[in-house]
Design a protein around this ligand. Structure first.
Ligand code: ATP
Length: 444
């Protein structure tokens, strides 16, 4: 049996992954988890999300099929007990998919639905249609929106994740919820040093800070992300902190880039996330708030791209771009602007159109279409000149610091592993990795 659950939390507390952790304990005597419980991150641009748009799935090998009714009762009773129903934005959903009766078409439809929940924006009725069509048992509360995430997570448990990582989430004792977290800083740095690069986003080297613990009043003490259960367990064993009430190792689609759709600039729609090839068509400029904006075009259409202030030193790279540079941009589109998560600079233009030089200075424009004039000697020129420019960046792959990293975003440290694993020569040639330790790191 697969149990999918979503939308139980609010900004003021609770967390669906904690509900999952409690349920794992409660369901122990009825069966065992097959593999790992799943933590699925859905479309990061969905406006209904509380924080990270997470849903969970528990794949359970039952001891006896006679317990199905009792298990459903335990799950729904736990959701009813723990979900923050008072929050108008909390609309829990629970689905139960039996092990028998999962046929080819159902598997295909669920797998398409799950992927769309990560890459697209879905309607509640789409989840309901599938649930009814395949006779899947469910409980939808209030407006039932949680059924979207619950069904998507359960769908991934059935069809499998094409790429996955692990997160060990440690939870706090209830009496401490809302108080300051007690974690020994030195032990966190030691744990990172001992487990990196098999774990990531625990500490931020650039800013010399710890980034694996939230600051919100929820039950999470910290989360350790990594490539295997062994790696995250090893880091966990080195951390000294307040008492851990319980912990769970989730398999997850975090840090896999599953949300990104390869597309052309003209195909872009708001609230989706993309990988787009193009050329810088307007140079970067810094706007109020410290955000850096530039434009990419692919011959047919153009799109604004932004490195927002929280992306910190990443903006330094973006400010170096010039018109004509060939780039691949990665990120989510909102209000017709792509919020950069990564950029691959494939070629740097060595030429730039500049005002003519005279008397050691650039001439000034006289006015639109009226040419240029030297302020000192009065010499006039009709047109700008093409000049070879010195570039201060190299082609390569650059990412936002981890403190600005989205859950689904794949860190460069994982590309390195993928490249090594697949010995893909083409990728190897085009990916110039920067030292991951020079990057900032983040948290859940
Ligand atoms: P947390 O990260 O703290 O667990 P959250 O950010 O996961 O919270 P939820 O409370 O689960 O937020 O709310 C997200 C809501 O959006 C859920 O009801 C979920 O079913 C729904 N949802 C998820 N993905 C999509 C999508 N692609 N299209 C439409 N609705 C979606």
């Amino acid at each position: 049996m697969i149990i999918g659950i979503d939308d139980t939390d609010s900004k003021n507390g609770m967390c669906t992954t904690y509900l999952g952790a409690v349920l794992i304990e409660k369901l122990k005597s009825y069966g065992t988890i097959i593999g790992y419980p799943l933590l699925i991150r859905l479309n990061p641009n969905v406006k209904y999300k509380t924080r990270g748009n997470a849903a969970i799935a528990l794949p359970l090998q039952l001891k006896s099929s006679k317990d199905v009714g009792q298990i459903k009762h335990i799950v729904t009773a736990t959701v009813e007990d723990m979900a923050v129903f008072s929050d108008e934005n909390t609309n829990p959903g629970v689905v139960f998919i039996g092990e028998t009766g999962v046929r080819g078409k159902m598997l295909d439809d669920l797998s398409i639905f799950s992927r769309r929940a990560v890459q697209d924006v879905l309607e509640i009725r789409e989840a309901l249609e599938l649930l009814e069509r395949y006779g899947i048992s469910y409980h939808g509360y209030k407006n039932m929106r949680g059924l979207i995430g619950a069904l998507a997570a359960a769908g991934f448990a059935l069809s499998g994740l094409p790429d996955s990582t692990f997160e060990l989430i440690a939870y706090r004792e209830k009496k401490r919820w809302g108080t300051q977290r007690q974690i020994d800083d030195d032990s966190v740095w030691e744990a990172d040093a001992a487990s990196s690069p098999d774990t990531w986003d625990t500490v931020d080297y650039e800013n010399k800070r710890i980034v694996f613990a939230p600051h919100s009043p929820d039950p999470i003490l910290f989360g350790i992300r990594g490539k295997s259960e062994r790696a995250v367990e090893h880091a966990f064993s080195l951390i000294r902190s307040e008492a851990v009430e319980r912990y769970v190792v989730y398999r997850t689609n975090q840090n896999t880039d599953m949300h990104l759709i390869q597309a052309s600039v003209s195909d872009v729609r708001d609230d989706r996330s993309y990988i787009l090839n193009g050329r810088v068509s307007r140079s970067p400029r810094t706007i109020e708030g410290g955000h850096v904006i530039f434009e990419v075009a692919d011959g047919r259409s153009a799109l604004e791209c932004a490195a927002f202030e929280p992306t910190k030193n990443f903006r330094g790279i973006i400010r170096q771009l010039h018109t004509g540079d060939e780039v691949v941009v990665y990120g989510s589109v909102k209000d017709k602007t792509l919020n950069l998560e990564k950029i691959r600079i494939t070629s740097l233009s060595q030429h730039e159109l500049l005002n003519p030089l005279c008397c050691g200075k650039r001439m000034k424009s006289v006015g639109r279409g009226q040419g240029y004039r030297c302020k000192k000697c009065g010499t006039a020129r009709e047109e700008q000149v093409i000049e070879t420019v010195q570039r201060n960046i190299s082609p390569g792959f650059y990412e936002v610091p981890p403190c600005a990293r989205r859950h689904l975003s794949k860190p460069l440290i994982r590309f390195e592993a993928t490249v090594a694993a697949s010995s893909c020569a083409r990728w190897h040639a085009s990916v110039q990795l920067i030292d991951p330790h020079e990057q900032e790191r983040t948290l859940s």
